[in-house]
Design a protein around this ligand. Structure first.
Ligand code: UDP
Ligand code: MG
Length: 372
């Protein structure tokens, strides 16, 4: 069974390569098997000629266990970039002899992006597209792309030519070492200084909160095993936290440095608001990855802190009152009362959360790695 699957993989690779002369030659070789010895000699010479040519062509064929690669590209108003991007992807992937597909997810572009994407898809069947009626955001585009792919390994990249398709084989090689997710690290980031600095800070905070030892959480270029994207649910602007979401599902994460280019056309789609939204999203990620199944641990922590502080304040005031000091002119009394009330409220919210978790039906979100 395994062997026949392997053979299937080999056949797919051969039929998928764009080297038409090569596949013609393969066909000729196949038909030559039925011919008499004279014919065999003729094709034998051709094969030697072909092999000599192949040795001269030094493009390395990628040796990994993956059968098919799917590339997901979210895009929003990137009309100038899509054609050069498709050409670069073909230039990198056609020679390595791996079956692949490219899924463009048009996130409600209002320029000629969709038309250009359609043109590409009409000329090459490896390219496909999904188009949104309106702009839903990069996370939504990735999520829909993930549902659409058919490969056993998935690479995401931005459409603005800042990510380099030449890095795809390197990501796949690293993933093939056994990791579930390999993120790109824009070691030399080609962006304005303000973006570089804030991103450094942002990555630092995320690293501390998540415990994941990588440098760059928000690189558009990433490679995933299929089961990772099947189990991720990205919405809002959570695409910045893919490694965090994946890690909390039990997947293994690594990173490699990748080349990054300055934006050639158009402008960035994420303004200064990204930093505020980014931190709010971090709270969402931490809450939804760690505490959705045990909300009382989250709210209870803050509730307990507030109540302990309140008890200390009120205890201190009680001692003063016993000693004969009046409390009517002490603002601290209000602080103590406030802390106790807030603490009780935190606990109440946590308990309500627990009730919701215990009464909600649905699957328990446990991912099974293997079974007999
Ligand atoms: N993008 C998208 N929908 C959006 C915003 C962005 O699909 O609402 C795409 C965009 O076209 C690009 C990628 O997400 O392919 C990254 O966006 P951008 O280059 O603006 O981000 P930056 O590099 O500035 O972080
Ligand atoms: Mg960009």
């Amino acid at each position: 069974m395994e062997k026949s699957l392997e053979n299937q993989g080999r056949v797919d690779k051969n039929t998928d390569t764009n080297d038409s002369s090569r596949s013609n030659k393969n066909k000729s070789q196949g038909s030559s098997q039925n011919k008499k010895s004279g014919g065999r000699r003729y094709y034998g010479r051709r094969r030697r000629f072909y092999n000599r040519n192949r040795n001269r062509n030094d493009t390395p064929r990628l040796n990994t266990s993956f059968k098919k690669l799917s590339i997901v590209i979210p895009l929003f108003n990137e009309e100038e970039s899509v054609h050069p991007l498709a050409n670069e992807i073909k230039k990198v992937l056609n020679p390595i002899g791996m079956q692949y597909e490219v899924v463009f997810v048009d996130d409600g572009s209002t320029d000629l992006s969709l038309k250009n994407v359609k043109d590409i898809c009409n000329t090459d069947r490896k390219f496909k597209y999904v188009s949104f009626r309106k702009n839903y955001g990069k996370s939504a585009a990735l999520q829909v792309g993930f549902q659409y792919v058919t490969g056993d390994v998935v690479v995401t990249m931005d459409a603005d030519l800042q990510d380099d398709p030449k890095e795809i084989p390197n990501l796949l090689k690293k993933l093939n070492e056994g990791y579930d997710l390999c993120s790109g690290w824009k070691k030399k980031r080609r962006d304005p200084i303000i973006k570089k600095l804030s991103s450094k800070f942002f990555n630092f905070v995320t690293k501390i909160f998540s415990g994941i030892k990588i440098h760059d959480f928000n690189c558009g270029l990433k490679a995933y095993r299929k089961e990772v994207v099947e189990n991720l649910y990205v919405h809002g602007e959570l695409h910045r936290y893919m490694p965090v979401l994946a890690k909390w599902q039990g997947f293994t994460i690594t990173e490699i440095p990748v080349q990054h280019h300055p934006r050639r056309y158009g402008k960035t789609k994420f303004g200064i608001s990204r930093f505020f939204k980014g931190f709010i999203d971090l709270i969402t990620v931490i809450f939804s990855t760690r505490y959705t199944k045990r909300p009382l641990h989250f709210f209870g922590f803050f509730g307990a802190m507030a109540m302990i502080l309140g008890i200390i304040v009120l205890g201190f005031l009680s001692v003063l009152w016993i000693q004969g000091h009046p409390l009517s002119n002490r603002p601290m009394l209000f602080l103590g009362m406030l802390l106790i009330i807030v603490g009780v409220q935190f606990f109440a919210v946590g308990l309500l959360g627990e009730m919701l978790v215990h009464n909600s039906p649905g699957n328990p979100d446990y991912i099974i790695k293997d079974k007999s």
